[in-house]
Ligand binder design. Structure first.
Ligand code: ATP
Length: 235
């Protein structure tokens, strides 16, 4: 589905992403684990051309090169990116946000039936479709962000730290919803600091440290890995 090879990103002199290669197979949920500042957001931004790539890195999506293609075109090709901080329109209702999500050309036909399907994955939003998003809890706003991204009819969903700033119980609810999304067969790439919640829904994971991939493996293996436990779980 997605294959990124040798991606590097510089902010001035700082090499935030250093020769990173990752893959997401169709229907796979892959998590990138990393601490604050490891380069997780930069990796997603590099994949969707929101920051320029340094060097000769390459990104293939469904066997076509997409590196350096404009972000709007990338949405049309079928990649939806939910940025850190969600990017929802807080002055608008849930429904208005979802309708805006169906704006890409690829998503216009069938938007109403898609909305019904998306709301089945997020029953909590179905009850609140006329609520203004700014009045919702952090977890609900994150659900709106994911639901809106799904309205663009993606083949690959990129999620930037969905658990950020959420209380543990809310993280649990959100990841239950993300599991339902995964179970539809959606290919997902999630960057996270929350090891337990994200590995629980992932097939595979990569460890990102100071802009480099320093480890990778099946989710169950990473969960029991002493290095991962020490770095992220404190034991
Ligand atoms: P966090 O969870 O804190 O967002 P992250 O793993 O997503 O961390 P990035 O946001 O990708 O990390 O940042 C990686 C490094 O690049 C950090 O050292 C950060 O300070 C730096 N950085 C990020 N964005 C910029 C920018 N626009 N200009 C300069 N440096 C930046």
């Amino acid at each position: 589905m997605l294959e990124a090879k040798n991606l590097s990103v510089r902010y001035g002199k700082h090499l935030a992403l250093n020769d990173v290669s990752i893959k997401v197979e169709p229907g796979e949920c892959v998590v990138i684990l990393g601490a604050n500042g490891a380069g997780k957001s930069t990796l997603l931004r590099g994949l969707t051309s929101m920051v320029p790539l340094a060097g000769n890195g390459d990104v293939m999506f469904r066997e076509k090169p997409i590196a350096r293609i404009a972000p709007q075109k990338i949405v049309e090709l079928g990649i939806a990116h939910v940025p850190e901080g969600r990017g929802v329109f807080t002055e608008m209702t849930v429904d208005e946000n979802l309708r805006l999500g169906a704006n890409p050309k690829r998503a216009r036909a069938g938007a109403d039936s898609r909305r019904e399907e998306v709301l089945k994955l997020f029953p909590r939003l179905a009850e609140r479709s006329r609520q203004r998003v700014g009045t919702m809890s952090g977890g609900e706003q994150q659900m709106v962000a994911v639901a809106r991204a799904l309205m663009s009819k993606p083949d690959l969903l990129l999620l930037d730290e969905p658990s950020l700033g959420l209380a543990p119980i809310v993280v649990g609810e959100l990841f239950q919803a993300l599991k339902r999304v995964r179970d539809t067969g959606m290919s997902m790439l999630v960057v996270e600091q929350n090891v337990r919640a994200s590995l629980a829904i992932a097939n595979r994971g990569y460890l990102l440290e100071a802009g480099r991939i320093v480890g990778q493996g099946a989710a169950e293996v990473l969960m029991d890995d002493p290095g991962v436990r020490k770095a992220f779980l404190g034991h």
